[in-house]
Design a protein. Structure first.
Length: 302
């Protein structure tokens, strides 16, 4: 759906509406979780949907950076979020409001930015610029919440993946961390997995072998750095002690979407060359797609 905008005359607000193919709970989380916000908007260090909470971030272009200072004025879960919006060192104070309207499995979003006329009469603060900016940002939000399946290369050292699964978070966590479940879906197509030992705790180790369809065995060693049930896993993954060391850092988050679960997986390698090596030698990028596809299929049966 094309965004509808109202770039009105003086003293009138900017209004943009979009229909998002995602449940309202997912859109609300995208609006209020700092780890989600950075994927479609600005990189905000801390954020809480709580009246009175103050936050700041930088925005602008390559030549000019503006420090945005904001304060939450309204926060009704799954319905409305509002915060003030002003610029350090410049006159003016405005208000941004996100309103969410549940329409079955979809969400109608209305963004209103009031008080633009209070800013200095400079080209950077023209209403047309705000209209273009918010149209782009809400478009990124739409893409973010509607991306149920994606894998992508990030920078030159990372591989990132997302899945929205039709299963509750507690079940997804169990299927991801229980060796009995893991044996039935883990790995790319055609692989089976045998677990030797698993200590699911910070500092704990999971040793397992993946049996390839060509008869080759791949030894693996996971060392857990963070275990926050059922929300987050952080670990290092490498080969066994007697095989080629291929190590990288992995973060997996499990977001509760009210009966559904969003998995975000981030793999960070030591160098661009290391990432290229696992993609070209082990087919890591395509293997990750198949790995998460098998998870999705297994959960559907469960």
């Amino acid at each position: 759906m094309t965004a509808k905008s109202n770039l009105a005359t003086k003293d009138e607000a900017l209004v943009i509406e979009r229909t998002l193919d995602a449940p309202v709970e997912l859109v609300w989380r995208a609006l209020t979780d700092k780890d989600n916000i950075k994927h479609w908007s600005f990189d905000i260090r801390e954020f809480e949907p709580r009246v009175g909470f103050e936050f700041q971030f930088y925005g602008g272009d390559k030549t000019t950076r503006y420090l945005h200072r904001c304060r939450v004025t309204d926060a009704v879960p799954n319905k409305r979020l509002a915060y003030t919006w002003r610029y350090e060192g410049h006159a003016g104070d405005s208000l941004v409001t996100f309103e969410l309207f549940s329409e079955g499995k979809k969400t109608r979003l209305r963004l209103t930015h009031e008080g633009l006329d209070t800013f200095p009469k400079l080209p950077a603060f023209a209403k047309a610029n705000f209209g273009a900016g918010w149209t782009e940002i809400t478009g990124s939000l739409k893409s973010f919440v509607e991306t149920r399946r994606s894998e992508k290369l990030v920078g030159d050292r990372e591989i990132a993946a997302t899945r929205i699964l039709d299963a509750p978070r507690e079940l997804v966590w169990k299927v991801w961390t229980d060796p009995d479940h893991i044996a039935k879906w883990w790995g790319p197509n055609g692989f089976t997995t045998t677990t030797y030992t698993m200590e699911l705790k910070p500092g704990g180790v999971w040793r397992y072998v993946m049996h390839g369809p060509d008869g080759r065995d791949y030894q693996n060693k996971v060392t857990y750095l963070e275990v926050v049930e059922p929300e987050r896993l952080v670990y290092t993954l490498g080969g066994g002690d007697d095989v080629e060391p291929v190590s990288h850092h992995v973060t997996v988050t499990f977001a509760d979407l009210g009966g559904k679960t969003r998995i975000d997986m981030r793999m960070v390698f030591a160098s661009a060359e290391a990432r290229t090596h696992v993609i070209e030698t082990y087919g890591a990028f395509e293997g990750l797609k198949q790995h998460l596809g098998r998870l999705e299929a297994y959960l559907a049966k469960a």
